[in-house]
Design a protein around this ligand. Sequence first.
Ligand SMILES: [Mg+2]
Length: 337
Amino acid sequence: MSTNTYQSKILGGLYGQALGDAWAMPAYFDPDQTWAKFGWIEEFLPAPDDHEVHRGLPAARITDDSEQAFSLAREFIAAGGVTLDATVRAIVDWYDRTGGDQSRYVGPSTRRGVQALKRGEDPRIAGRAGDTNGAAMRISVVGLLHPGDPMRAIEDAIITCLPTHGTNVAISGGCAVAAAVAYAMHPYATLDGVIAAGMMGAEIGRQQGTPWIGASVTRKIEGAVAIARKGTDEKARLRELYDVIGASLAITETVGAAFGVLVMANGDPQRAAILSAALSGDADTVGAIACAMAGTLRGIEAFDPAVTQQLDQDPVFAAYEVRKIAAGIQGLIEQRK
Ligand SMILES: [Mg+2]
């Protein structure tokens, strides 16, 4: 497989993660509110002043989803691969760097997990009650490390979940996304194959971690894909995704909805960003996941250069030096050959 293919797909995954996150960041929790205020969101916009979580954020600003993903990638590169210690370092450093104790946008499981880790709990059990979508929002980079090898991505995804999101439902959602991205890295990957890999990851992940309350991620993906393929208009399908699959912090909903959006967009990262914003709910997280999968599948060529440039110009995104991260991921892949 050519180096160029990997490089394009890695960059597509990293920029996709940021694109969906920043694009959907201004969307409200309720679709009616988003639609009344914005209509379709078709450019990067600042968060509205009355946004519960994101008020004050400028246009093209990424949030916790991408910051954690890029922080993980940097630690994995430094450690030579995915380890429990590197995961803990990345999450705790990110939490401290962004003033986690005061921050509005640290998720509930991440906050509990980080506090347990700081008390000195074993990272293998610190996240034993973590059941929300943080496991999936940050995990695309684990998939990028294992091109065409969803099983290895699943093994590493489990490690990445444990410190903050150690329930079977969270690990299921994390493994779904990691497996889908790993598969999407292969040059012959197809959209149907991405869905199949995601469902396989969800099934295997559900056998791991603390048994917990939660719907089946596999069935949520299946349901979301069926809704996405209906003949109704896009708004009606988004409404049905929101009402039936859900777009809350519950990881089964977020991951299901992200696969639904991915299918509605036919794998196109830019379209997936627009649809995620219109979906609303935890839109930035749905967007980050959907667009990371789409960006990996289609590669960096699928992005409008004006859009990636706008991301590059934002100081928070720029500080992560995503092109260096991409080179580091490529280096790790080549080392293993
Ligand atoms: Mg977020």
